[in-house]
Design a protein around this ligand. Structure first.
Ligand code: UDP
Ligand code: MG
Length: 325
């Protein structure tokens, strides 16, 4: 072995029903990792099967049979991308980790750029989309609004147009592993960890095969997750809304009393009363719902269930001379 610095990199790929993309994606990753070998980086790949219902697991086993540098982790059911990534990152106990989507939207060919930044001393090298090919205008528009809102509400920095395509240094990984919350908004968790961060602009490609697993409804829930996990501003908003309503009601009350005293028309005004009652009822329900969102999450955390269950685990062979996972 030469005396140059030898680094270990594990590419973590969460897969859910990606049977058609994986056989095409793996050779691309392998090619890139082989190229990095010359620069003193030993690469391996860890695929996490997030309870796929198609032939993903079969294809993965085939890939692993032909490549000793491939590790496989199968979860007991579909836990969602955030948990699948957590499960994968939990198993990268040595070296850095690179997170990649299974559908080829994040081009593996950019990995060397990420590695170069890491070797310059950055801990969190993240890809920022300068273009989103293949995404509808609705998807792009809602994403833009979401990043603006979360940027305002959250004190933890969540860079705009940044997904999970990123490289994490060993110490960033260590830090991330300590965050065991159930509702995992990864973009926020990465930001919470901090350390030295840098963006790499890239063009997000269309999917190689299959369809996006994130419907608009799922994205909406994901956005709620992000906001409630990283900000208590909505709770405060409820308080301000209450204050404002009380203030308006106070002045409205004065007007009503004066009117009654001057004109004596105390009975008329049924529509006004209904409007006020309905309005107040609405505001109260919104505030209650907001509290409920937080309470529900607190309940989930209190149960202390494990984040995920593992069905099968195949460790990648020790690609790096002498080092094991
Ligand atoms: N994914 C996952 N579990 C899920 C949903 C998605 O592991 O429950 C994976 C999926 O296989 C892909 C990545 O997360 O590798 C991104 O998913 P997708 O391409 O559907 O999302 P989009 O790119 O449209 O945001
Ligand atoms: Mg995708």
């Amino acid at each position: 072995m030469d005396t140059r610095r030898q680094d270990l990199l594990t590419v973590v790929v969460a897969c859910f029903n990606e049977a058609d993309s994986l056989p095409r994606l793996h050779p691309r990753i392998r090619g890139v990792l082989d190229g990095l070998e010359a620069e003193g980086v030993s690469g391996r790949v860890l695929y996490v099967d997030d309870g796929s219902r198609d032939d993903t697991w079969g294809r993965l086993q085939k890939i692993a049979a032909g490549d000793p540098g491939v590790g496989l982790l199968r979860l007991s059911r579909n836990f969602g991308k955030e948990i699948a990534l957590t499960a994968g990152l939990d198993r990268v106990t040595e070296g850095a980790a690179m997170i990649l989507d299974a559908d080829g939207q994040d081009p593996p060919e950019l990995i060397p750029e990420f590695v170069a930044r890491w070797r310059e001393g950055f801990d969190d090298v993240y890809g920022t989309r300068i273009a989103r090919e293949g995404d509808s205008w609705l998807r792009r528009g809602t994403a833009a609004v979401f990043y603006r809102v979360i940027g305002r509400l959250s004190r933890t920095p969540v860079p705009a147009d940044t997904g999970d395509f990123r490289l994490l240094s060993p110490r960033a990984l260590d830090a991330l592993r300590q965050l065991r919350e159930r509702h995992r908004f990864m973009k926020g968790l990465f930001g919470w960890v901090g350390f030295r961060r840098i963006a790499i602009p890239y063009k997000r490609r269309p999917r190689m095969a299959g369809r996006s697993k994130f419907s608009l409804w799922r994205l909406w829930n994901f956005a709620l997750e992000g906001i409630t996990s990283f900000s208590t501003a909505p709770l405060r908003l409820a308080t301000y809304l209450g204050l404002l309503t009380a203030l308006v009601a106070f002045f409205a009350g004065i007007v009503v009393v004066l009117k009654t005293l001057v004109w004596g028309d105390s009975v008329a005004g049924w529509p006004t009363m209904m409007v006020v009652i309905l309005f107040l009822g609405g505001v109260q329900l919104i505030a209650l719902g907001t509290i409920g969102e937080y309470l529900g999450r607190l309940y989930e955390e209190a149960k202390q269930r494990p984040l995920y269950l593992v069905d099968d685990w195949r460790e990648p062979a020790g690609v790096c001379s002498g080092t094991q996972l």
